[in-house]
Design a protein around this ligand. Sequence first.
Ligand SMILES: NC(=O)C1=CN([C@@H]2O[C@H](COP(=O)(O)OP(=O)(O)OC[C@H]3O[C@@H](n4cnc5c(N)ncnc54)[C@H](OP(=O)(O)O)[C@@H]3O)[C@@H](O)[C@H]2O)C=CC1
Ligand SMILES: N[C@@H](CC=O)C(=O)O
Ligand code: NA
Length: 357
Amino acid sequence: MAPIYLAIIGLGGVGKAFLSQLAALQLGSITKPTVIFASRSSKQLYNKDYTSIDASTLDSSSSPLLSLSDLTSWLASAPGKVILVDNTSNQDVADSYPSFLENGISVVTPNKKAFSSNLKLWDDIFSSTTPSALIYHESSVGAGLPVISTLKDLTATGDQITKIQGVFSGTMSFLFNTFSPVSGSGSGKWSEIVSQAKDAGFTEPDPRDDLNGMDVARKCTILARLAGLKVEGPDSFPVQSLIPKALESASSASEFMQKLPEHDQEMESYKEDAAKQGKVVRFVASVDVQNNKVSVGLEMVEKDSPIAGLKGSDNIFVFHTKRYSSSPLVVQGSGAGGEVTAMGVSADLIKAVERLS
Ligand SMILES: NC(=O)C1=CN([C@@H]2O[C@H](COP(=O)(O)OP(=O)(O)OC[C@H]3O[C@@H](n4cnc5c(N)ncnc54)[C@H](OP(=O)(O)O)[C@@H]3O)[C@@H](O)[C@H]2O)C=CC1
Ligand SMILES: N[C@@H](CC=O)C(=O)O
Ligand code: NA
């Protein structure tokens, strides 16, 4: 049996956790894939003759940099099947998935960009898959929580999705569970809690991608498409941004984080308004398949509701379907962070290796 080769792009919070899970992977009688390529923005590590590398030594590598198209050609000529793991949030890498797949390279990824940009990219990706060029992206929604697999199982077995609602962002969950808890007055100023979410590895590489609602809008786009809606993209439905107007033109993530404390009062007023009604604020998403409507934004919710009671960075996905009509199917748990995201990537890798072996 020819070996299966592994190329890993991105060794940040998720990538590093993925590497340690890879070392401990349980594949039974199947041979572990051989890592032949690892990269971060400005470093790559590989041996031209496809011999195995130690990805943890990437930072000291002096391998010449390959463009994405050179990388595709090199991987396509490997003497065995190749799985590429994309642990970046990079659009150019995501745009290359159709080309990877057309060249027989399978893709496993938590990167949302490929599945939530324009519909053409989505169509190109899924029309390029074959039994030996597979795509898995469980961690693109709800990190390692079984959200995409559940949705696919529901539709593949003939169920009809009516609506999917909940809290689809670990960052937003952590921010509001900490800032506007069910009991007590919250621990800390808005900007301090945003910094904590970034330090804990919950946010996107640029936390503005969470605060502007786009991360949740991307997840809604993915879920809506899997449920059968032709959603054009994450900017084709209403999305509430929590970026203060004055900071919309901040030139970098660090300038944004530095100036955010000047705007803490804006979020305080949402919290106070909710408290006057005996409620709490949460960032809620809804994919209403029946009525072809998607929305993302702040809601004041009752303190005894399941959404208000979430803890830490927990997500909740409530699936209303034809079968689950009187009592919805609920998936809930930690929805952000390196370890739980890498778990979804590693589990997808196992599925891909099993199918390719
Ligand atoms: N963190 C989480 O909780 C979750 C994350 N995800 C997704 O997982 C992905 C990774 O997130 P996370 O690990 O937190 O992000 P990080 O910012 O920690 O890591 C990103 C990594 O990608 C590398 N990278 C960026 N662009 C390129 C490129 N063009 N070529 C090669 N490497 C590149 C970066 O390298 P360098 O450092 O050199 O710039 C870095 O190693 C994202 O798509 C995110 O949306 C999904 C679910 C949950
Ligand atoms: N930034 C995202 C990470 C997972 O998708 C989040 O906070 O949920
Ligand atoms: Na998931």
